[in-house]
Design a binder for this molecule. Sequence first.
Ligand SMILES: Cc1cc2nc3c(=O)[nH]c(=O)nc-3n(C[C@H](O)[C@H](O)[C@H](O)COP(=O)(O)OP(=O)(O)OC[C@H]3O[C@@H](n4cnc5c(N)ncnc54)[C@H](O)[C@@H]3O)c2cc1C
Length: 378
Amino acid sequence: MYNISTLKNTLNQCTGCGICAVICPNKCIDLQLNSESFLIPFVNEHECTHCGLCVKVCYRVFDINNSTEGKGLENCKVYSAIHRDESELKSVSSGGVASELSKYCYKQNYNVIGAIMNPEDDYAKHIVANCEEDLEKMKSSKYVQSYIIDAFSKIDSNKKTLIIGLPCQIYGIRKYIYQVGIEKNFILVDLFCRGTTPINLFLKYKEYLKSEYGLGEFVKLNFRSKRIGWHKFSVVIQDKDGKEYSKTVYDDIFFSFYLKNTCFKESCYECEFRHNRVFADIRLGDFWGTKYYSHDEGVSLVSIYSEKGLEIWQKISKEFIFEENDPCELKKSQRFNKFPIPDYRKDLLRALVSQASLKDIYNRFEINEMSFYKEKDR
Ligand SMILES: Cc1cc2nc3c(=O)[nH]c(=O)nc-3n(C[C@H](O)[C@H](O)[C@H](O)COP(=O)(O)OP(=O)(O)OC[C@H]3O[C@@H](n4cnc5c(N)ncnc54)[C@H](O)[C@@H]3O)c2cc1C
């Protein structure tokens, strides 16, 4: 049986979801950056009463081979969805289902929790939406880890709540709401996820854009602009003087590190949620692959795992051009394999916390040439 000390020995498998900190009755767990600049829990052992609640919500005790929890990845209904409103479609990463769900739930007076990233910040954070502007900020994928504790600690658990997050966060939240008996009020939505990178990668990327492109303080940041198209999406950043940086995913240095899986959190490489088990009511992603290849405006992949998920999808589906697909289409559209950990990962993580510039690190570890990586391979 795991306890707090055995958890310490499995820290490399920590996803950094932070739900251990949320559930801790003594508030003796806090998420902090570790030496590789990933968020992980730190425990004040003097205050710990060994109640074991943190263990009950932790991914590190999840044993896929001996667990029947969650749903099998293909045990779902699968839809493709394209938002009917053109300007809405332009403003989102895929087909716009996450943002339509958020809008619908907000109007129904739910707590709506999603990730935002202020352009001047180095990380994303989840917030509880207070106004429609907050819903706008939640749009679009932020390819950095999001800090969820503050938002989750603020919600009124007697109120209906929609939470959209990464699969590891949603796993922890599912465990938490089950543990404290408030599951019926929650709709949980997660995203197909490739992995998350250390905060220092983004920090060095900002320094790189400032020195190489002369950008000043960022006032706009979009990792998933569709100005050239959805398949070849662009990173678009504007500074306070109106100077703009815009590069496609294949030409941008941040995405070279990201798409080559160079420095994910260790737990991301063998993530059981990517290829195996789902704890959300709905999982959303991009309908990559050949079936919708001719669409370049953005197509959502909507996979539904519960009655609750189906019910809410039916409420919003009229806003979309959609069609039902066979669940086997999931495997054609996503990468479900475990990713090998590059031999150089530890050295790269060390370099990212050193004084070296991103360009030097890029050259030293030969993170170059995205040309081998074609859109159809994604
Ligand atoms: C780190 C990351 C990796 C991804 N990897 C894949 C992948 O491999 N394959 C794939 O098909 N799709 C992936 N996605 C999901 C995809 O990019 C879209 O987010 C998804 O299809 C929803 O888009 P949308 O058009 O419905 O709505 P949008 O409005 O674009 O949805 C954005 C939603 O994502 C949430 N969100 C954004 N950033 C984060 C974050 N850092 N942490 C937690 N939640 C966040 C927001 O709360 C919001 O609800 C990934 C997303 C992220 C954030």
